[in-house]
Design a protein around this ligand. Sequence first.
Ligand SMILES: [Fe+2]
Ligand SMILES: [Fe+2]
Length: 171
Amino acid sequence: MTTMGLFSKDIKSMNDLFEHQLRDIYYAENQIVKALPKMIEKASNTELRNGFSEHLEQTKNHVTRLEQIFEMQDLTPEGVDCPAIDGIIEETDEISGEVDDKRVLDAALIAAAQAVEHYEIARYGTLIAWARELGRTDCVSPLEKTLEEEKATDEKLSSLAETNVNLKAAE
Ligand SMILES: [Fe+2]
Ligand SMILES: [Fe+2]
C-alpha cells in the first residue's frame, strides 16, 4: 500500500484523481474481505450469517473486477490507505465488543454493514460518473455491476433488520 501526497502533490489531474479513487476502493474492498468473516462469526441470526457469507463471495468478486479494471487501464493493482473504511471497520469491532445480548449484537452488525455498503455506494457512484466524464467508458459497466450488488445488499440488510433482527433485538 502506498501513501500519497506526503511530500508532493501527486494528484495533478482528474485522471489522477480517478486512479487514486480506484486504488482507494481497491484497498477498501480488500479490507472488507478480511472483515466479513469476523462479522459472520459474531452474527447469530441465520439469515444474517447467510447474507454476510453471500456478500463475502460478492466482495471477493469486487476485488477481481477492480483488478480487471486496473489491467484494462494499464495500471498496477495497488491500494492506497483508506482511513474511512478503516474507521468504519474499527468502529464495528469496538461496538460489537461492547454489546452483550446476541440479538442486539445482530442489530449492531447490520448497522455496521450498512455503513460499509453506503460508503461503497458513494465511491462507486462517483467512480462511474468520473469514468463517463473522462471517456474511460470500458470501466463503466464493471463498476455498475458492483454498484448494483452493493445496493441490493443494502436493501436486503434493511429488510432483514426491519422484518426480523430489530424486532428480536427490541424484545
Ligand atoms: Fe464491494
Ligand atoms: Fe459491499
